[in-house]
Design a protein around this ligand. Structure first.
Ligand SMILES: NC(=O)C1=CN([C@@H]2O[C@H](COP(=O)(O)OP(=O)(O)OC[C@H]3O[C@@H](n4cnc5c(N)ncnc54)[C@H](OP(=O)(O)O)[C@@H]3O)[C@@H](O)[C@H]2O)C=CC1
Ligand SMILES: O=C(O)CCC(=O)C(=O)O
Length: 480
């Protein structure tokens, strides 16, 4: 099997080591052999990006549009093939894999347009005859460190704006899912990106990631992953010889409130989708279902019967609704938390057991806890698997208080037919994204994404708000 090499200074470069990318739905299936870069390769990639920056930062918006738009077109044209690759390496179902691929293509097209739309301000000075301007400039070399749960969409939503606004990039994808990142590198290379503008260095976070964080030549870091690694990234960005700008997207313990007046079908479907689809491996997953007394029993019954009907199987098999957990380590974490929940006195209303299927993979029956309270560990810590808890509350006010009683603040949802409660929740939920009668997970590609508290740090990602992170403002005064 040939090694998928790293892309450094426009050349495909083999690494000293390679790792096997295995399919979590079928452990006998090797998706490919991927380079395991080292600190030296990260250094070469950073140097290449720094060398490419002067020309790329002065490229015309049309040049950037053409390349990003062409990349988007190719991603969309190859959605079935790339979606299959994604599902094979990450384990989300084929429709989810294809959907995420489409989202990545749309993101490239959106930011192609943003390259053309970038603008500044001309401001009348307080001093006679003086002209003041505020314009945006690219940052320089940007390091992108991405997680395994969205192998193509998250690299796309960091990479596309970074390039659109004139930055050069070194990207380190998650070790579990190098395939989609490699495919993006190949597409961008063929779309005509000049040498060194985008460099891909696959390998371990502790090696390649650390080298990117340590380099004074890297101006900024955009990171998505766990809170623990995010805190580490933050420390490394400020303690180095040259302080870096940084942006962190981390965990969630997202509440989904169900009020007595909710449409039961809307509430149960939103909870099912938000909590369990993509095997619950979304930072926006609804892991806390906060339900008022009058609808509690009917909601639990409706959701449990939907859970019982879910088809958990090989991600590539037609009809599968829930694929496997991504790897053994995440599966162990999910099973540990299921035990923690039981030890804490929560009732396991459904699921939680390891499943065997035709192919050997990390299959887990989605689990629903009931009779839980918000102080339990299962309601405070991110599990990141197909596990959710129901918390029974008296009324809307207590639901809102419980929803906000968390270290996280990414997404929050409410199912209600009351405009008054929906509006109050939108205003008073301490989350970056609020959904009414919709799942907490599954967001648009052209609007801002991000949260509060320990969920996010720094400027928002996505949509036109992405310009805040990937540019720096220059204020210029002139006396003509
Ligand atoms: N908010 C989200 O979207 C996500 C949250 N998580 C949470 O994190 C938990 C653990 O998942 P995990 O994949 O280990 O998450 P991590 O936060 O460890 O990994 C995220 C990214 O950071 C890299 N990384 C790890 N250590 C360093 C380091 N010292 N310096 C620089 N980069 C580093 C990883 O590389 P490598 O792959 O080589 O380790 C990966 O590319 C999950 O169970 C879940 O709770 C995970 C993924 C996404
Ligand atoms: O819910 C989504 O669509 C996005 C979720 C996400 O970005 C994440 O889990 O990291």
């Amino acid at each position: 099997m040939t090694m998928h090499a790293n892309l450094i200074a426009g050349e495909w470069v083999d690494a000293p080591n390679a790792s096997e990318n295995r399919n979590p739905s079928d452990l006998s299936d090797v998706v490919g052999l991927y380079a395991q870069g080292d600190a030296a390769q990260a250094g070469q990639a950073i140097d290449a990006a720094a060398a490419a920056f002067p020309a790329w930062s002065r490229s015309t918006p049309q040049q950037r549009f053409d390349i990003l738009d062409a990349a988007g077109t190719e991603i969309l044209a190859r959605k079935e093939e790339l979606g299959r690759l994604l599902s094979r390496e990450e384990g989300k179902t084929l429709p989810e894999g294809i959907g995420e691929t489409v989202r990545a293509g749309q993101i490239f097209k959106f930011f192609a347009g943003e390259a053309l739309r970038i603008a500044g301000d001309r401001i009348d000075s307080t001093r006679p005859g003086v002209i003041a301007e505020a314009t945006r400039e690219p940052l320089g070399v940007v390091g992108l460190i991405t997680p395994w749960n969205f192998p193509i969409a998250i690299p796309a939503w960091k990479l596309a704006p970074a390039l659109a606004f004139g930055n050069c990039v070194v990207m380190k994808p998650a070790d579990l899912v190098p395939g989609c990142a490699w495919a993006l590198a190949d597409i961008l290379q063929r779309a005509g990106l000049p040498k060194g503008v985008f460099n891909l260095v696959m390998g371990r976070g502790s090696v390649v990631g650390e080298a990117i964080l340590a380099s004074p030549k890297v101006a900024a870091i955009s990171f998505t992953g766990s809170v623990a690694t995010g805190r580490h990234v933050a420390r490394r960005c400020i303690e180095g010889e040259a302080m870096k700008k940084f942006q962190l997207e981390m965990g969630g313990k997202n509440p989904f409130v169900v009020l007595d007046d909710a449409d039961l079908e809307v509430a149960a479907n939103s909870a099912l989708n938000g909590a369990f689809f993509s095997t619950g491996q979304r930072c926006t997953a609804s892991s806390r279902l906060i339900v008022t007394e009058g609808i509690h029993d009917r909601f639990v019954e409706a959701l449990t019967s939907k859970l019982k009907a879910l088809k958990v199987d090989n991600a590539l098999k037609e009809g599968t609704q829930i694929g496997p957990v991504v790897d053994q380590r995440q599966l162990d974490q999910d099973l540990d938390y299921i035990k923690v929940g039981q030890d804490e006195g929560a009732k396991l209303a459904w699921g939680g057991e390891r499943l065997n299927r035709e192919t050997e993979g990390f299959y887990l029956q989605p689990a629903l806890f009931t009779e839980t309270d918000n102080a339990m560990r299962i309601n405070r810590e991110e599990i990141f698997g197909p596990v959710a808890s129901v918390i029974r509350v008296k009324d809307y006010d207590s639901a809102l208080a419980v929803a906000n009683d968390t270290q996280f603040g990414l997404s929050a949802g409410i199912a209600t037919s009351s405009l008054k409660h929906a509006e109050h929740f939108k205003r008073n939920s301490q989350a970056g994204m609020v959904m009414v009668n919709l799942p907490t997970a599954g967001v648009d590609y052209h609007v801002p994404f991000g949260g509060r508290k320990n969920s996010s740090y720094g400027a928002r990602e996505q949509g036109r708000y992405a310009v805040e992170f990937y540019t720096t403002v220059k204020t210029a005064y002139a006396m003509p």
